[in-house]
Design a protein around this ligand. Structure first.
Ligand code: SME
Length: 159
């Protein structure tokens, strides 16, 4: 499924507005997660993982919406999350059960997108989204999620 969603352009504007009014990086992460989780019904788990420290090798769970995940700390050499953060590239997995890197969060998850967050050219964390639907993340979703990650990166850079 690669359907476009008419909400995308509107959500991009809303993300920009959130960044203008956010009091902190943590607050902005919380509001981005809430917006995407509430507005897009196929986004069943939405959260940020941030590197424990600059140059560190472990991702730590930050603000999220969805069921609790057992993966609160993910080494950079594990999972789809580790792959995205270590390569600095967005990873889209249409069927998580056919990807050997996948670390299961919920039995219902079928597809996933992970988008790195950059500050001054370095990965500092990532936005992770799971869906209960196969191939839920098409080109419009990728654009929207990359915009959300860039919005956070620029905000952190300005602090
Ligand atoms: N599925 C991820 C782990 C995080 S949970 O989905 C929230 C991975 O494979 O890295």
């Amino acid at each position: 499924m690669t359907s476009t969603h008419p909400k995308s352009a509107d959500l991009i504007l809303q993300l920009d507005a959130l960044a203008k009014s956010a009091a902190s990086g943590e607050a902005l992460m919380k509001s981005i997660v809430a917006l995407l989780h509430e507005e897009l019904t196929r986004y069943n788990w939405v959260g940020f993982y941030m590197l424990e420290r600059e140059g560190g090798d472990t991702l730590v769970l930050g603000p999220f919406k969805g069921t609790m995940t057992p993966h609160t700390r993910i080494p950079l050499n594990q999972g789809i999350c580790g792959a995205a953060a270590s390569s600095g590239k967005t990873v889209v997995v249409d069927d998580v059960n056919s990807d050997s890197r996948y670390l299961a969060c919920s039995l219902e998850t079928k597809s996933e997108i992970v988008v790195p967050v950059f500050v001054r050219g370095k990965v500092v964390g990532e936005l992770d989204i799971d869906s209960h639907f196969l191939a839920a993340f098409g080109p419009d979703d990728r654009k929207l999620c990359e915009h959300a990650a860039t919005t956070l990166g620029k905000f952190l850079e300005s602090r």
